[in-house]
Design a binder for this molecule. Structure first.
Ligand code: ADP
Ligand code: MG
Length: 366
């Protein structure tokens, strides 16, 4: 009850918008279930309303699945706002000829997704973390600038990205939300906070209130999907016309550890960041085939490729082997066949891989 009451009060005091309040700009993306545009407010609805600069917003016109996406974004805003792009408003727009359309509006966070950044030869040096960021990142930054380019410096940047990503994911998971479409294209670099945030809750499931709907299994991106991709869908109710609360399902959560689905995808992103040769789609697909042949055992995969490894692969292993191999250790605890054997987001954050700044501060103070 509390949750719904708070949601109601919050909605009363938040500015609402309608179709005519927006002008569309450049198209940013188009999927099977929606089109995304950069957008601006047409006029000042009230002086208290933020986002008044041109191009301040992002607008998604979604099909019927937009209802679930609005629900997810509302929950995120109340429970773990920093995990995802700032959600402004969502509503049903009926006037279009195509029938019902859901409109979702977010703050425009910035021009680059992790995917865009990873496509550049400069990655990870092209990631501009701020010096006025959290203290940990600040220390990383100072050290980074003293370090020559090479595995050590790259490792520090990748570590910072992984920490931010896992932190955002832990927020979602603690709220009871599984994203199910974690991939570099759905991670945006927020130019305001200079941190990475998660976007695109279009395939997410809210297990605490039973909104557990995958439109179609094939919606899940096969490149980043964990091997149990079909497990949850067998319990999936048919498409709700609007988000409906069904039975509480923490039991489901316990049974399948569905959050570990996201961990597998995050592990693949970690892998792609470490191995420049695995960043392209075709290389990832080939890697997935190799890993499957090794029964999803990363150590077996390593044994099979290391003897005749290209310099790209060797550099990746070198990076993950730093500090006694804690990076490799973390990677192998994320990318495992059995969901139950994968580390949780919280568990990963407590991994020694992320303690290095702490160790560093200590060593600087001595
Ligand atoms: P789709 O269902 O098409 O994948 P997304 O929500 O992932 O929709 O958005 C598509 C693209 O639009 C993203 O990959 C990103 O480039 C851009 N985008 C989405 N949300 C934002 C945002 N809040 N700020 C900036 N760019 C965004
Ligand atoms: Mg997307």
């Amino acid at each position: 009850f509390d949750m719904f009451f708070l949601a109601f009060v919050e909605r009363l005091f938040r500015p609402t918008f309608k179709k005519d309040d927006f002008v569309l700009g450049k198209k940013l993306g188009e999927g099977a279930f929606g089109v995304v545009y950069r957008a601006s407010l047409t006029k000042k609805p009230s002086s208290k309303v933020p986002y008044q600069k041109e191009g301040d917003l992002v607008l998604k016109k979604a099909t019927e699945y937009g209802a679930v996406e609005i629900w997810m974004n509302e929950r995120v805003r109340r429970a773990c706002a920093n995990s995802c792009a700032d959600f402004v408003h969502g509503f049903l727009e009926n006037s279009s000829k195509k029938g019902a359309e859901y409109w979702l509006i977010w703050r425009y966070e910035g021009e680059a997704t992790l995917y865009d950044l990873m496509q550049s030869k400069e990655f990870p040096y092209n990631v501009g973390f701020s010096i006025v960021d959290v203290v940990e990142t600040m220390i990383v930054k100072e050290v980074q600038e003293d370090l020559p380019r090479g595995p050590e410096r790259e490792n520090r940047i990748i570590q910072t990205i992984m920490r931010q990503l896992l932190f955002a994911l832990d927020g979602l998971h603690s709220t009871g939300i599984v994203h199910r479409d974690i991939k570099p294209q759905n991670i945006i670099f927020s130019e305001g906070s200079r941190t990475f945030k998660i976007i695109d809750l279009g395939a997410a499931a809210d297990l605490r209130v039973g909104i557990n709907y995958i439109p179609k299994e094939f919606l899940l991106d096969p490149r980043y999907a964990a091997p149990e991709q079909y497990i949850m869908s067998t319990q999936t109710p048919s498409a709700p016309s609007a988000p409906v609360a069904t039975a509480l399902s923490p039991v489901l959560w316990q049974m399948n550890l569905p959050d570990r689905f996201d961990i597998y995808s995050t592990g693949l992103i970690f892998l792609q960041m470490a191995f420049s040769g695995l960043r392209s789609d075709s290389a990832l697909i080939q890697f997935n085939r190799q890993l499957k042949r090794c029964d999803y055992d990363l150590n077996a995969w390593r044994k099979s490729v290391e003897p005749r490894a290209s310099s790209d692969l060797r550099k990746g292993f070198e990076l993950l082997d730093l500090d006694g191999g804690i990076g490799w250790e973390l990677l192998t605890s994320m990318v495992r066949y059995k969901a139950g054997q994968r580390i949780s987001a919280k568990g990963a954050l407590a991994n020694p891989y992320f303690d290095r700044e702490g160790l560093l501060v200590l060593s600087l103070m001595q």
